[in-house]
Design a protein around this ligand. Structure first.
Ligand code: GLC
Length: 554
């Protein structure tokens, strides 16, 4: 639905104060479509499969689904190498009709659908790139980043690909190199070219017209590179064994000032399609320091936020897992946000080790409570609600190009992309064929059906947390008030319109007393991560190892 001018004016004022926008207060759930549910027995998940599982997601209580790429692709990077104008569905995942049916079914359940958008690069098989490399005189030659060799015939500069090796590949036919910050099969687009911008923005409109509620913008902070193609400086903090891309500091390949203009243009497009009933949203993939995240909200001189609605905050993934570090992180993030900006938190995704493996299985429940009680939009990753851990993949079964390029460094992402275990049917109900990646070893017990039947499972904890978050404005829109760290416990309050809830989390492996300033007299346990007590007075009791509470103060 395309908003007219009057609507757009209304939209703008609405967006100036979107305190109750769905993307601000809701919970986002990421689906890696290859691994969620297969519907046709080829061992690869697909869009009709996702549709079949929507009731599960609605029961879980999530508000929005983000689906990783399903566009036509040779799958060199499993869909993050798009081969067709971003306007179709790869037959492995279904068809455009399946996509339309998915949008309708998501909306029928009151949920939203966010799709992935990959603006930095295409596949080498994309018609744009085929034209671009066909001749140095081709009108699309400049759509990608072509440069002459250095005087010694080598790459034009020292830039590195995020997947290892130089960011340049030589093309014998043209005698030039093209730039790729990821695989050689993923050439980078030239966002300084006006026609590239028009084409990509039009692709956004294509999906908006089909009803999507927003986009997750893949590696948006990389889309513009230094206009002079200067060498990146060496990273003094690099030590052998680290991901080789960290040999250099990405001074000229990431976070360039012009990225803000690109984001602002994308924002204008999604705002064209926002109306009073529902805003469309931009979620930006931003692996950046906390002090840089603020810029991606795009505040203008008057304080209007004209960039991404939610620049991803990935810092829970890398921060040491203890009360003091997390307290310091939340304070620093809260302090760095521009006025009116919506915070957000992420525990994991299809690129990073799963939270249950990073923090330890017993802490996975604590992590769930943290994610769902901090101030800001939480993004969950499929399977984390089951406490799924990283799954070791034998070398002969490796699928991820990152691991294939740089084996043995622990960079591969297959372990976090294994199929969703649904039941104890063959292959955990994921497929009737052979799954493209193996399942978790413990799937006969760790699956949706088994955990749904167990009152104290981590799945039930997620359901209860999401329900509580939805019921209490203090949790989904309240202020965050630190109550400090005491030994291994972290405490904070959430407060809105006179309602105050307190969260106390024990990161330690011993029992922990709860102090007066954390739990005033009369505070009662609304929810324990262990799901085995409720209604007890907090004072006089203690938290068990890795236990967390939400306390109500009456
Ligand atoms: C993003 C994606 C990742 C992909 C890369 C290149 O970081 O999350 O999966 O490999 O971009 O598109």
């Amino acid at each position: 639905m395309r908003a007219n001018k009057a609507d757009r004016t209304m939209t703008r004022s609405l967006q100036a104060a979107p305190r109750d926008a769905w993307w601000r207060n809701g919970v986002v759930y990421q689906i890696y479509p290859r691994s969620f549910q297969d519907s046709d027995g080829d061992g690869i998940g697909d869009l009709p499969g996702i549709r079949r599982r929507l009731d599960y997601l609605a029961d879980l209580g999530v508000d929005a689904l983000w689906v990783s790429p399903f566009y036509p692709s040779p799958m060199a990077d499993f869909g993050y190498d798009v081969a067709d104008y971003y306007c179709d569905v790869d037959p492995r995942f279904g068809s455009l009709a399946d996509f339309d049916a998915l949008v309708a079914a998501v909306h029928a359940r009151g949920m939203k659908l966010i799709v992935d958008f990959v603006p930095n690069h295409t596949s080498t098989q994309h018609p744009w790139f085929l034209e671009s490399r066909s001749s140095r005189d081709d009108p699309k030659q400049d759509w990608y980043l072509w440069r002459d060799p250095a005087p010694d015939g080598g790459p034009p500069n020292n830039w590195l690909s995020n997947f290892g090796s130089p960011a340049w590949t030589f093309d014998a036919a043209s005698g030039q190199y093209y730039c790729h910050l990821f695989l050689a099969a993923q050439p980078d687009l030239n966002w300084r070219h006006p026609e590239v911008r028009v084409a990509l923005l039009e692709a956004l409109r294509f999906w908006l017209r089909r009803g999507v509620d927003g986009f997750r913008l893949d590696v948006i902070y990389h889309v513009v590179k230094d206009v002079h193609f200067r060498d990146n400086p060496a990273n003094p903090g690099f030590v052998e064994g680290m991901d080789p891309v960290h040999r250099l500091l990405p001074v000229y390949t990431a976070d360039q000032p012009e990225v803000a203009q690109v984001l602002a243009e994308m924002r204008r497009v999604v705002d064209e399609f926002s109306d009073a009933a529902s805003a469309r949203v931009l979620v930006a993939e931003t692996y950046l320091p906390i002090e840089r995240l603020g810029a991606y909200y795009g505040a203008d001189a008057a304080g209007n936020l004209l960039g991404a609605h939610l620049p991803f905050n990935f810092h829970l993934i890398g921060t040491p897992w203890n009360a003091a570090s997390i307290d310091a992180l939340v304070r620093a993030y809260e302090a760095a946000l521009p006025a009116g900006a919506a915070p957000n938190w992420v525990l994991g995704n299809h690129d990073r080790s799963r939270v249950a493996s990073r923090t330890g299985a017993r802490s996975a429940r604590l992590a769930a409570m943290l994610l769902l009680t901090l101030r800001g939009t939480p993004t969950m990753y499929y399977g984390d609600e089951l406490g799924l851990e990283d799954v070791a993949i034998e070398p002969q079964d490796v699928q991820d190009p990152f691991e294939k390029n740089q084996p043995g460094l622990g960079l591969g992402r297959d372990p976090v992309r294994t199929p969703m275990p649904w039941s104890n049917a063959p292959h955990a109900g994921f497929t009737t064929g052979r799954p493209w990646l193996r399942l978790n070893d413990d799937w006969p017990g760790r699956n949706v059906l088994a955990q749904a039947a167990d009152d104290r499972s981590i799945l039930q904890l997620y359901r209860r947390l999401i329900a509580l978050r939805r019921r209490h404005p203090a949790l989904h829109r309240g202020e965050w008030l630190p109550l400090g760290v005491e030994g291994s416990t972290l405490a904070y309050a959430r407060e809105h319109a006179g309602e105050r809830l307190v969260v106390v989390l024990n990161f330690g492996s011993d029992n922990a007393e709860v102090l007066e300033r954390q739990a005033p007299a009369g505070a009662r346990i609304l929810l324990s991560t262990l799901l085995d007590r409720r209604g007890e007075l907090a004072r006089g009791s203690h938290l068990r190892p890795f236990e967390g509470w939400i306390l109500g103060l009456q």
